[in-house]
Each structure stands twice: as structure tokens, then as C-alpha cells.
Design a protein around this ligand. Structure first.
Ligand code: DX5
Ligand code: ZN
Length: 220
């Protein structure tokens, strides 16, 4: 069984030293860099936009996994891709036409996906499953790092894996991942783990990333 893909979230990095943070993540063998874009409207916090993604792009070759927590993501998706985003995910309820946006992201050469908040049923993603490279389930309500994982999301991961059938999309879990719960999250169905505070507050981030990558490598 392949290792778990680990995407550290730079929301928990030092905002005054982002270039160094992504260079370090690359040296530490992270798989992707998770970039949390918040607009202060869709979520009650504001982070950064395209200029930051562009600057990160100059500092790492790791895939940039851009999570748009913004209203009407169709307004900016193309600019994020132009700035260097490799994967663009968004919350379908924020978009006027999620199908059109998924197609547009792919046409522009990036991978695309929808994100479901903890209180959104997996069935809401069903209409999009044929058009996604990634489907991401939130393990917390978006807006802030360091929150506690909502365990009700575990059966949703199992349901999504069942629904996937032969489709090829990756299942990503974002929010509340720790070394203590990562194994059950992966066993429930996650192929990709976003990990913010767990990596950045670790005394040994490289070891934490490696542990998350191998946390269920013994599974059948
Ligand atoms: C939450 C963000 C997450 C967050 C994860 O709004 O989308 O990506 O940074 O942080 P942790 O791993 O600390 O829960
Ligand atoms: Zn995120």
C-alpha cells in the first residue's frame, strides 16, 4: 500500500518567514504544501492571496495545494493557477457554478476538488465526484489551525471511499490531524493528510512528517 501523502499547512508556519518555511518543508520530505486562503467572508479569518502563492512558488518545487475558503472562488481560481497553484480546492456552496469551476481549473492545467465542511453530508459531493481529482473533508470548521478533530467525520471518510468506486480521485482530510488520530483517519479512507499545528509545533517536524507518511503502511 502506498504511503500517505502529507500536506503540511503553512497556516501554522511563521508568516514572516514563509519562503524559509516551504524550503524547510521540502528538505523535510513533505509531499505537498497546503495553502489556506481565507477572505474574512466565507470564514471569520483572513490569511493571504495570490502574491503569497507566487512567492512560495519561487521557493519550492513541492506541489502547492491551495484551499480556497473564499466566497465565489471562480473570481480568483485562474489567478491562483497563474501564480503557481498545482491543486485548487473550494467549497461548492461558495460558488455559483461548481461544475463550471471544476472544469475551468482542469482546463488551466491544475488539479481540482471540492471541500465539505464537517456538517455537510457526503451526498452533497456526489454530483461532482466524476469531475474531481481530490475530494477534501474538513475535520474541523474552517478558519483556524489547531482545532480538535471532529470524530463524526470518520464515518464520512468511509462513506466517501465506498462512493468512490473505481474513480481515481484522492480523499484528503483537513483539520485536527495529530499523531494520535492519523492512523484511524487513514484507515477510514484518507489518502492525503493536511497537518498544520501537528507538524509545526513538533520538536522534530521531519520525523512527524515521516511518521504521518507511514502511519498505516502496514495496512492491507
Ligand atoms: C482550517 C484550515 C486547515 C488548518 C489545519 O481552516 O483549512 O488547513 O490549517 O490546521 P491543523 O492541522 O492545525 O488543524
Ligand atoms: Zn486547509
Amino acid at each position: 500500500m502506498a504511503d500517505t501523502i502529507v500536506a503540511p499547512s503553512i497556516l501554522s508556519a511563521d508568516f514572516a518567514a514563509m519562503g524559509e518555511a516551504v524550503k524547510t518543508l521540502q528538505r523535510q520530505h513533505a509531499d505537498w504544501v497546503h495553502c489556506d486562503v481565507m477572505d474574512g467572508a466565507f470564514v471569520p479569518n483572513i490569511t493571504f492571496g495570490m502574491p503569497m502563492v507566487k512567492a512560495l512558488r519561487r521557493n519550492t518545487e513541492l506541489p502547492l495545494d491551495v484551499h480556497l475558503m473564499i466566497e465565489r472562488p471562480e473570481r480568483y481560481a485562474a489567478e491562483f493557477i497563474k501564480s503557481g497553484a498545482d491543486i485548487v480546492t473550494f467549497h461548492p456552496e461558495a460558488s455559483r457554478d461548481p461544475h463550471k469551476l471544476l472544469a475551468e481549473i482542469r482546463e488551466l492545467g491544475a488539479k481540482c476538488g471540492v471541500v465539505l465542511n464537517p456538517d455537510v453530508a457526503v451526498s452533497e459531493a456526489e454530483p461532482f465526484l466524476d469531475s474531481c481529482d481530490v475530494v477534501m473533508l474538513m475535520g474541523v470548521f474552517p478558519g483556524f489551525g489547531g482545532q480538535k478533530f471532529i470524530r463524526d467525520v470518520l464515518p464520512k471518510l468511509e462513506e466517501l471511499r465506498r462512493l468512490r468506486g473505481n474513480r481515481k480521485f484522492l480523499i484528503e482530510l483537513d483539520g485536527g490531524v495529530t499523531l494520535d488520530n492519523a492512523r484511524e483517519i487513514v484507515l477510514a479512507g484518507a489518502d492525503v493528510l493536511v497537518a498544520g499545528s501537528c507538524v509545526f509545533s513538533s520538536p522534530d517536524p521531519e520525523q512527524t512528517i515521516a511518521s504521518l507518511q507511514h502511519i498505516a503502511s502496514d495496512r492491507a
